[in-house]
Write a protein that binds this ligand. Sequence first.
Ligand SMILES: [Zn+2]
Length: 154
Amino acid sequence: MLFPTHLAAAGLLSRLIGRSPLWLVVGAAVPDVVDKPLGTVGVTALFHSVGHSALLAVVMVPIALSGRRGLAVAIGWASHLALDAGHVVVNGRPADALFLCWPVVEPPDPLAIPPGSFFWYYLGTPSFYLELFIWGTLIVLVVRGWQNDRLSAK
Ligand SMILES: [Zn+2]
């Protein structure tokens, strides 16, 4: 899933569960902010590694237990993993979801496309339309929020 969509989905999720949008968005950014640079410079062979591994729960659970902000960060991080795993399944590559087990198990045939090139590969895939739905929902909620603000200001 594209990075901006993870942030938008975290914003939507914050409205659904009543948590801080800022900290959910921060948590949702963590996997790509950590892993894309590592993959780009060749530290890891995959673009889904440390930040996308469910084993990072060893760090995220204590963060979640540290308080409301920490819980929001952990939920945002988990939402990123869930959306990325869902996206590869929707796009017919369920074995790619094994990135969740990195470094214990790795996907047998990962796409390994750099982030910039990935965007062009990704356009028109089934998961891309799911992203359009997320953005459409966000736009509707923002417009409704503006309308409600204008009505309550009168
Ligand atoms: Zn990701």
